[in-house]
Design a protein around this ligand. Structure first.
Ligand code: NDP
Ligand code: A1CAB
Length: 274
């Protein structure tokens, strides 16, 4: 794993070494965080973390007794109350809490662990390859240095967008937190559509994967807006125009995605109720 110039977060505990916590951890170590400064607390962490444990990251099945400088809460929202109940001695007056649990509010985290500096963040799984994006909200107790530290940790896996209001985190969740799943579904559906059109399945999947990945990379590297990149593909009276007439119909892709994002946002709000 390649390392850039290091940074320190003091003593850091990651509560939950699953898909998202593991992806973030990978980003921190790649960005130069000392593996020995990190403890993963998880009874059964992701197998993919074995390599990081060998590199010096500590693994425990229960929370450490020493006060931690940073605790990242990365268990399922429904498991948070139980998982956080063991943190007692690890949470000091100056501990920075960073939660990535969908829907769980700052108030609910303070309800569990007391009044602390809390950052509510919403990363996404492309963090695994350093290509994530994270929305973040800090409560009023987070001072400049804690915010800078949170930013350093979160930006190890891609850009960080700080939002002024906590409610926006549920919207970020619905767009970019869950968003990779929508894109993977697009690739699946495109491959299936190719098979329906007569292609051999493995070829259809290769075409779909590379099309989604290539279009994504072009969108990041280009200075053109997505709408312009779309127009660049669309020859007048050509094949793309014929397809876009279907996708851009009144009941097409846009309204469908709007409904999907609204459903995800509603679910995030429901998770806040516990
Ligand atoms: N996956 C994603 O794309 C994103 C997820 N998130 C948020 O990240 C959080 C984790 O999600 P995700 O990584 O997908 O879930 P995972 O189930 O992959 O990871 C959660 C991990 O926590 C472990 N765990 C369960 N109970 C405890 C406990 N009491 N103490 C310590 N660890 C425990 C689980 O073990 P076990 O498997 O044995 O239960 C698992 O390894 C969620 O709150 C989710 O909302 C945020 C953004 C994106
Ligand atoms: O599905 C979920 O609830 C989590 C939050 C965003 C992505 N995965």
């Amino acid at each position: 794993m390649s390392q850039t110039s290091g940074f320190s977060a003091g003593r850091l505990t990651l509560l939950g070494g699953g898909n998202m916590g593991g992806a973030m951890l990978r980003g921190w170590i790649a960005a130069g965080l000392d593996p020995a400064s990190v403890t993963v607390v998880d009874p059964s962490p992701n197998d993919a973390l074995a390599e990081l444990f060998e590199a010096g990251v500590h693994h425990r099945t229960a929370a450490p007794d020493e006060v931690q400088d940073v605790i990242v809460l990365a268990v399922k929202p429904q498991m948070l109350d139980e998982a956080a109940s063991q943190l007692g001695a690890a949470v000091g007056a100056d501990t920075l809490l960073i939660s990535v649990a969908a829907g769980r509010t700052v108030a609910s985290i303070e309800g569990l662990l007391g009044a602390h500096s809390v950052v509510r963040a919403m990363p996404n799984t492309p963090a695994l390859i350093g290509r994530g994006i994270t929305g973040a909200f800090a409560n009023a107790r987070v001072d400049e240095s804690k915010r800078a530290l949170a930013d350093r940790l979160l930006s190890a896996s891609g850009p960080v967008e700080w939002v002024p209001g906590e409610a926006e985190i549920d919207m970020v969740t619905a767009v970019s937190g869950s968003g990779p799943a929508y894109v993977f579904l697009l690739a699946e559906a495109l491959a299936e559509a190719g098979v329906a059109a007569g292609l051999e399945p493995a070829l259809a999947m290769r075409l779909a994967r590379h099309t989604v990945a290539g279009a994504g990379e072009l969108m990041i590297r280009s200075t053109d807006e997505p709408a312009q990149l779309r127009r660049n593909v669309t020859s007048p009276k050509g094949t793309t125009e014929a397809a876009l007439k279907v996708l851009m119909a009144d009941d097409g892709f846009g309204p469908l995605l709007t409904r999907a994002v609204a459903a995800a946002k509603t679910r995030a709000e429901e998770l806040a109720q516990g």
